[in-house]
Design a protein around this ligand. Structure first.
Ligand SMILES: Cc1ncc(COP(=O)(O)O)c(C=O)c1O
Length: 334
């Protein structure tokens, strides 16, 4: 009976770690399978931290409405916990989010408030519009905006839980590879690991995203990334990142499809990014006699991308299918 929980919060975290085999005997690659969280992504940890801190401070009271801007997964997680705890939840979203993510939010009984792109708007502007809209709606309706972008409780939750879990599982970790949107998951997890191990942190963003370069362009990846022109979140702590790089839509999506078709792992877009990048990084590293351990963040489930990266039609329409990527992956991940 020890494993029986009586609420959802206690089902969040302690996700499994899976080792995947590669052709390189001098590397060990581990996947932290965050889609085992009850809401299907590591953003369940975000929702739990933000809600509990707001409850503790007295700002969030029974029956109140929560308004939050999200690319999908944070909203899904907030919708889940709001349903359990009796809050009303309104997700402030845009059409960049895959329909599957938006439908899950609705399935929890939450509402969607759409911010549409106006003519001449840049993508970055739209993220700022969403964030401001969530604040405005909260003010006008005596609700609360939890602000996953700037609220330090978001990275703190990852510091206390995901960072510790990964350290307990792989204390001699050499590399952590993750992606950044609000920057909270990688900054919080990375901070704990940096304080306790000799880890190097690699931060990835979608090609076109503008965390590290202001000159972005459009991209389809919906979880991580920050469009050019948007005000960067305070929760990104770049001082923790030893390296950063970009992964394209095509590289991420074809990797997701390879892992589903050939390994039975149905993972989301940022996981496609970390799995692709791990191959590139290891292939470019010289063979050596010492074993290196790399942990990849597997942030969400592929179930949020069924009408998106997992749809042949959608991939063909957007000219994203690329068999050279899957061939390369098949030679590396054995
Ligand atoms: C699947 C997925 N991966 C990565 C990220 C980026 O996480 P963070 O906002 O903590 O940087 C997000 C953010 O929504 C996400 O949904």
């Amino acid at each position: 009976m020890n494993n029986v929980k009586d609420n959802l919060r206690d089902l969040i975290g302690n996700t499994p770690m899976l080792e995947v085999k590669t052709i390189r005997p001098d590397w060990k690659v581990y996947l932290k399978l965050e889609y085992f969280n009850p809401g299907g992504s590591f953003k369940d940890r975000t929702a739990r931290s933000l809600i509990e801190a707001a409850e503790k401070s007295g700002k969030l009271k029974k029956g109140m409405s929560i308004y939050e801007s999200s690319s999908g997964n944070t909203a899904k997680a907030l919708a889940m916990l709001s349903a359990e705890k009796g809050y009303k939840f309104v997700a402030v979203v845009d059409n960049h989010a895959p329909a599957d993510k938006l439908n899950s939010i609705l399935a929890y009984g939450a509402k969607l408030h759409f911010c549409a792109e106006k003519e001449g708007d840049e993508g970055g502007h739209l993220v700022d519009v969403r964030r401001n809209m969530a604040k405005k709606l909260a003010e006008e309706n005596n609700g609360i905006n939890l602000d996953q972008y700037d609220n330090p409780e978001n990275p703190l939750g990852f510091y206390k839980t995901l960072g510790k879990e990964i350290f307990d599982e792989i204390p001699d970790i050499n590399y952590l590879v993750g992606t950044i949107g609000t920057g909270s998951s990688l900054s919080g997890t990375g901070k704990y690991l940096k304080e306790n191990s000799r880890v190097k942190i690699i931060a990835l963003e979608p090609e076109g995203s503008s965390h590290f370069s202001p000159h972005g362009h459009g991209y389809f990846i919906s979880g991580p990334g920050y469009p050019a022109g948007a005000v960067l979140p305070k929760n990104i702590d770049s001082s923790l990142f030893d390296q950063h790089d970009y992964v394209s839509d095509s590289e991420a999506f074809n990797t997701m499809r390879f892992f589903a078709h050939k390994k039975g792992l149905l993972v989301g877009d940022s996981s496609g990014m970390t799995l692709y990048y791990a191959m590139k990084f290891i292939q470019n590293s010289p063979q050596s006699s010492d074993i290196k351990k790399m942990v990849l963040m597997i942030g969400d489930s592929g179930e949020s991308y069924l009408t998106h990266a997992f749809s042949d039609t959608w991939m063909i329409e957007n000219e994203l299918l690329d068999h050279t990527i899957t061939d390369r992956l098949a030679e590396f991940y054995i």
